[in-house]
Structure formats: structure tokens, C-alpha cells
Design a protein around this ligand. Structure first.
Ligand code: ZN
Length: 55
């Protein structure tokens, strides 16, 4: 997927398998490493926390 790198100041393509996900204050947050400058990128996504009944 594409994420915006603050250091490169542009969108970079990140491999899906290298994207981590965490929940901060009820909001989902994606974490990834920029393939070009190796800096950390974080991106908040819409709070669509799936019910835990989904496997
Ligand atoms: Zn970068």
C-alpha cells in the first residue's frame, strides 16, 4: 500500500507484509518502515475495529 513518508516528503510504496498494526486510544494505527530512507512511518486509519468474533 502507499504511505506518506514525512522524511522523503512523498508517497512511497510499502510492502503489505512489512506493515504493522496497533491500536492507540481506540484508533487503528499502521506502522511501516520507509523502503527508501528507512525512517518510521505511522498512519492513523479510520476506527473500524473489527469485532473479535471474526477470525
Ligand atoms: Zn522515506
Amino acid at each position: 500500500m502507499e504511505m506518506f513518508c514525512l522524511k522523503c516528503r512523498k508517497k512511497v510504496s510499502v510492502d503489505d507484509s512489512s506493515i504493522g498494526e496497533s491500536v492507540v486510544n481506540g484508533r487503528r494505527m499502521l506502522r511501516a518502515c520507509c523502503p527508501q530512507c528507512s525512517s518510521n512511518m505511522a498512519k492513523f486509519v479510520k476506527a473500524t475495529i473489527q469485532p473479535q468474533t471474526l477470525s
